[in-house]
Design a protein around this ligand. Structure first.
Ligand SMILES: [Zn+2]
Length: 106
């Protein structure tokens, strides 16, 4: 039951017009759902942007943010995490190889 916004009397959801005063009924549950999904859509877009910027400029913050706020699908999160992890491992490997190279002088 939705209260009519003109006369305030409860009107069944199936009615398009209030049977008491003739006011057009707006299906409130539908409206709420629409605006809610639109808002969460905007939120996830903002989160995705923040996560991307954090990952680019400061990934130690970007990675936990991405896992906590979940702006991407689980698969995407894993791909990004593994990409960063392998980049870090590759970096460390390069440093180790570089510092243990024969002829490397301090
Ligand atoms: Zn009414």
């Amino acid at each position: 039951m939705n209260p009519c916004k003109m006369c305030g009397r409860p009107v069944a959801e199936s009615f398009q017009f209030c049977p008491y005063c003739g006011e057009k009924m707006t299906p409130r549950t539908f409206q709420n759902h629409q605006s809610h999904s639109l808002k969460s859509e905007q939120d996830s877009t903002a989160r995705r942007l923040i996560a991307t910027l954090l990952l680019i400029f400061y990934f130690p913050l970007g990675l936990p943010y991405m896992w906590i706020m979940k702006p991407f699908s689980k698969k995407t999160r894993w791909i990004i995490s593994l990409a960063f992890l392998s980049a870090i491992l590759l970096g460390f490997t390069m440093i180790i190889i570089w510092t243990t190279l024969p002829g490397y002088s301090h």
